[in-house]
Design a binder for this molecule. Sequence first.
Ligand code: ADP
Ligand code: MG
Length: 336
Amino acid sequence: MTVPIHISARNLSVHYPLGRRLFGPSPVVKAIDNITLDIPRGSFFGLVGESGSGKTTFGRALLKAAPISSGRVRYVDDEVEYDIARLGKAELKDYRKRAQLIFQDPYAALSPRMTVRDIIAEPLEVMGLTSSREETDARVREIAAKCRLNLEHLRRFPHAFSGGQRQRISIARALVCQPHFLVADESVAALDVSIQADILNLLKSLQQEMNITFLFISHDLSVVAHTCDHVAVMYLGRLVESAPTRELFAAPRHPYTQALLSAIPSLDPDDRGQAQRLEGEIPSPSDPPPGCRFQTRCPHAIEKCRIDEPPLQREGGEHDIACHRWRELAQSIAVA
Ligand code: ADP
Ligand code: MG
C-alpha cells in the first residue's frame, strides 16, 4: 500500500533580490532553487544540511511564510487540497490552522510579558477557534498536559523556565490548533543532549497520538538518525540526496552526505578508511558555482561536474541522488 502524499514541492524556488544593477541582470540570493520533494502523510521527515543550505527557507515556503518565486506546493489532507502559492484569503486562514511552525529559538519566540497560558492560547484566540474563555482554558490545559507541562506553571512567565521547558511551551503553542502538518526548525539545537532526547521523544509520541506529519529540520545528522523515517539532504539551495533513514545511513551515495556522515564520530567508529572531512566554506547562494554546486568542495569532482549540473534521479525504491559519479564511486568502494 502506498502512503498518500501530504505535501509535495515541485521545482520550488525562493530567490531574494539583492538590490538592482543598471546593466545586466539584477543579482539574487537563490535561497532554494528548483526543489522537488514529496512528504508522505504521517511521516517524520528529516531535512539536513549545513547552515545556509536553505532548510529554513524551504520549511517556510511550505507554510507560505517565504515568498515562492516559482514552482508549486501542493497540500492534501482528508478535507482539503491546496495550491499553496495561490491561496485565497479565506483558504490561507484555514491553512494557518492546518500547518504550523515550532519556532527555532523559544527564547526569542516567546513574549516575556505573557503568561504561559496566554502564550499557548494566543493562536486559538487569533484564529477565533474557541467561543469562551472556559473553552480556551480547557484546550490549553489539554495540550499542556499532552506536552507534559506542569499545569501549575500555566500562570507563570516563560523566563522562569529552563530551555527544555520553554521548548515544550513552543510545542504546545504550535499544537493547540490541532495542525495536520508541523515544521520543527532546529527545535532541539539549543538544548543539552539529554534534554534533546526528551524533546525528540515527546515530538515522536505526539506525532503518533495526534497523527501529524512532521518536517524536522536539523543541521545535525545524528539527531535525525534516531527520529526520522526519511531524510533529505540539502546543499546550497538544492536537494542532493533523499532516502529512507536506514538506507541513507547504511549506504550514503552523495559525496556531500558521506562527508556529513563521516563528521559524526559515533556513527563511524572505525572510519572505514574512507572518512572525508568537509573542507572549506559553503559558497554564496548569490553566486553558486557552475555545474554541480558541491564541486568546489568535492574530492571526486571531475570536468563534467564543473560543467553539467547533475539532476536528482531515483535509484531503486525511494532513494534519490544528484551526482554524476555515485555509481562509479560505489563500485570502486566495493572493490577496494
Ligand atoms: P539554513 O536554514 O539551511 O541555514 P536559510 O534558509 O536560512 O538556510 O538560508 C539560505 C540562504 O538564503 C542563506 O544564504 C541566507 O542568507 C539566505 N536568506 C534567507 N532568508 C533571506 C532573506 N529574507 N533575504 C535574503 N537572503 C535570505
Ligand atoms: Mg535555518
